[in-house]
Ligand binder design. Structure first.
Ligand code: RIB
Ligand code: CA
Length: 316
């Protein structure tokens, strides 16, 4: 498989951490990670990202911080999020703090990389669309040079996970999401429609715990998430599926829609498809309606391989 260049944009909680490991394990080239608010505050997302990249043997990957919140206001992380992802966002697993963020703001870093890498680059957004919206507002033309944009967010055929209608990444900044969805830029939407069906179990993560420092940390943070994300004895693989789809688009069955995001009333944060011909603008959003049911097994194989390689390297 050809090496993919990815720019990850995230609110680094547990499933974002799994996405980073999956991308590294697949041999993707991560040109940088831009961080924002959501599961944690922006500065916590930056710290988690730096610590995880160091743990996974990639301390050189640049990490940029975005704004502290939408509309110039600081973001308040919900109690539910602190419970689901742990107080520190990574299942209360304590990692040594390593590295410093880049001085370049997240949206500028996105623009720089789109300009530099062009069609070779895929943007993978697994937090709000705030940083991407800022980049598009500054230069849509530059963002359009990227080869693709894959986002984890939204719910088209299923209920939301923070309200009956809205999924968390969209609900945390609906105005940014609406702007990006209506920008006409080609987007691949990996929503709850597909991510809720991809489940990770304790049985799987137990196998990681014996694979060195990184395996042990990931077993602990994923184990915490499994216990707190739902009461089903398993957790959804939201963000890793988006990263995987950027690397291997064939994992998804998608359908093109013209979409928007509601920003008012009880439907605030709802992703809506316009399906009638007279309502249809540009069908720029390829929404995933099905995904490879074998993805959780694949993620296990990729992460086991990565942790084993890191363990061998650590012992040399
Ligand atoms: O709704 C799930 C999404 O919200 C995931 O990206 C999770 O990390 C949170 O950001
Ligand atoms: Ca996320």
């Amino acid at each position: 498989m050809e090496t993919k260049k990815l720019l990850l944009d995230m609110d680094t909680g547990v499933d974002d951490a799994l996405a980073i490991a999956y991308a590294i394990g697949c041999g993707a080239e991560i040109v940088g990670v831009t961080c924002g608010f959501g599961n944690v505050e922006t500065h916590e997302a930056v710290r988690n990202t730096l610590d995880l990249l160091a743990l996974l043997g990639r301390p050189e990957v640049p990490v940029s911080a975005g704004d502290a919140g939408p509309g110039g206001q600081p973001f308040q992380v919900s109690e539910a999020c602190r419970k689901i992802h742990g107080q520190n966002g990574i299942g209360n697993v304590s990692l040594p703090h390593r590295g410093e963020p880049s001085p370049i703001p997240a949206h500028r870093f996105i623009l720089e990389q789109c300009e530099k890498e062009g069609a070779a680059l895929t943007l993978v957004c697994t937090g709000t669309l705030h940083n991407l919206a800022r980049a598009v507002r500054e230069s849509r033309e530059t963002v359009a040079k990227a080869g693709g944009i894959v986002l984890m967010g939204g719910a088209l055929t299923v209920e939301g996970n923070v309200t009956p209608y809205a999924e968390a990444n969209i609900a945390n900044d609906p105005e940014a999401a609406k702007f990006v969805f209506e920008s006409g830029l080609p987007l691949t939407m990996v929503g709850l429609d597909v991510t809720l069906k991809q489940r990770l179990t304790h049985e799987t993560v137990r196998g990681w715990a014996v694979r060195g420092e990184a395996g042990k940390a990931y077993a602990a943070l994923a184990g915490y998430y499994i216990d707190h994300e739902s009461d089903r004895g398993s957790c959804a693989l939201h963000d890793p599926l988006a990263a995987a789809a950027a690397i291997e688009p064939g994992l998804l069955d998608t359908h093109p829609f013209a979409m928007t995001v509601l920003t008012e009333g009880e439907g605030r944060g709802r992703t809506v498809a316009r399906s009638f011909p007279e309502e249809c603008g540009v069908r720029n959003v390829s929404a995933a309606l099905e995904a490879d049911p074998g993805f959780a097994g694949k993620l296990d194989r990729v992460l086991q391989g990565l942790f084993a390689r890191l363990d061998r390297k650590g012992g040399e």
